[in-house]
Ligand binder design. Structure first.
Ligand code: SF4
Ligand code: SF4
Length: 185
């Protein structure tokens, strides 16, 4: 992707990112500290400081279709290192939400894993590992992936075949419903 080829400047996108993340993107002066500290930078197609720059110049497609926003681990090193006090990790989080809403997710496997993880928490109030693995593997068409690890984990008591819902599960489901509605997902 040629990131220097700047076309139409989408001002609505700039405004939407600022509003949804609560961050003033124009404060970024491209010092590069966020990228220098990012532990996942080696895997990004666009380094995080360039993501910030692309937002400043309204390049919605390039930003929302980037792989980088999905490879980010939300470790918050960038946020801690930013001299302008921009919460960069929060911006990355916002971009993932926007990419989902706009149907521009470039890392479908990661999205499927997030979905399977959150579905498990929504249903049980905690992670049910067997359910998560089954759902994730079925969604990507590989039902028996990593099945060879099961005997070892079962032997060590690390896996349970039946879910164990927490008390107050209805409250957890209510939180999911409110957030999903608020995010427009
Ligand atoms: S939050 Fe994401 S972008 Fe920021 S340093 Fe961590 S992995 Fe990199
Ligand atoms: S650390 Fe802050 S100011 Fe520096 S490039 Fe990253 S977001 Fe911009």
């Amino acid at each position: 992707m040629e990131i220097l080829d700047i076309g139409f400047i989408d001002k609505d996108f700039i405004k939407a990112v600022e509003q949804e993340s609560g961050q003033e993107i124009s404060r970024c002066y491209q010092c590069g500290n966020c990228t220098a500290g990012c532990p996942l930078s080696f895997s990004y197609d666009i380094p995080v400081h360039q993501i910030m720059r692309l937002i400043q110049v309204g390049q919605k497609e390039k930003v929302l279709r980037s792989h980088a926003i999905w490879l980010c681990a939300t470790c918050e090193t960038c946020t801690t290192r930013c001299p302008c006090e921009v919460d960069v990790a929060r911006v990355m989080d916002t971009l993932r939400i926007m990419a989902r809403r706009e149907g521009m997710v470039s890392e479908r496997g990661i999205r499927r894993f997030y979905d399977a993880f959150l579905e498990s928490v929504k249903r049980h109030g905690r992670l049910f590992e067997v359910g998560l693995l089954l759902r994730y593997n079925l969604q990507r068409g590989r039902p028996f992936a990593d099945a060879d690890l099961a005997p070892k984990l079962l032997g060590k008591g690390k896996l349970h075949f039946l879910p164990d819902d927490i008390k107050g599960i209805d409250a957890v489901r209510g939180i999911f419903e409110r957030i999903t509605k608020k995010m427009g997902l």
